[in-house]
Ligand binder design. Sequence first.
Ligand SMILES: [Zn+2]
Length: 218
Amino acid sequence: MISSPNFDARPCPVDMLVLHYTGMQSAAAALARLCDPAAKVSSHYVVDEDGTVHALVEEDRRAWHAGVSYWRGDVGLNDRSIGIEIVNPGHEWGYRAFPAAQMAAVAELCRGIVARHGVPARNVVAHSDIAPDRKQDPGELFDWRYMAAAGVGVWTDEFTESGGAEADLAAIGYDMALKLRDVVTAFQRHFLPDAVSGAVCARTAGRAASVARLIGQR
Ligand SMILES: [Zn+2]
């Protein structure tokens, strides 16, 4: 049983779930860092590639995983979120597919969190969604379609006629004060992972319109 000393009191109830990758060369290195008082970072859970789940911080405490962040008008999202670190070397150290056993464990863990806290599907996000200018995790190899099929988060395969992506990206929850290219890249990593370019193509605009409509914001 591993636990992290890096937490404090929650100022508000949980209504978000933030998914990360560890972005380190090994699970052991990631666990050590997330439990190191000097690092001042943590997450509630770490899910290893074989599906092992480590619970580092109690859900009713605030873990320190999101950093400077924005979603749907809220900032400082550690206050209101559960954070899960999914073991993967990430783009820096050899980004690779998330194994099936790991995905199954992540989905089961997320299903429980969403049920316990009543987290809305639109508030199940990637770290890159809430910090597009700084973060790319868990990245375009993370299977959000699989997660949605398991009852976690939002996914659609549709493309809806769009009058322009920006209004839809704002409606979904992105911080439009950031560079559009960064926001579009984050959106694509999550919702159009075969077309991560940072450019607003017709498919990107169409998918953004579909997601916004699906979550009832357009
Ligand atoms: Zn992260």
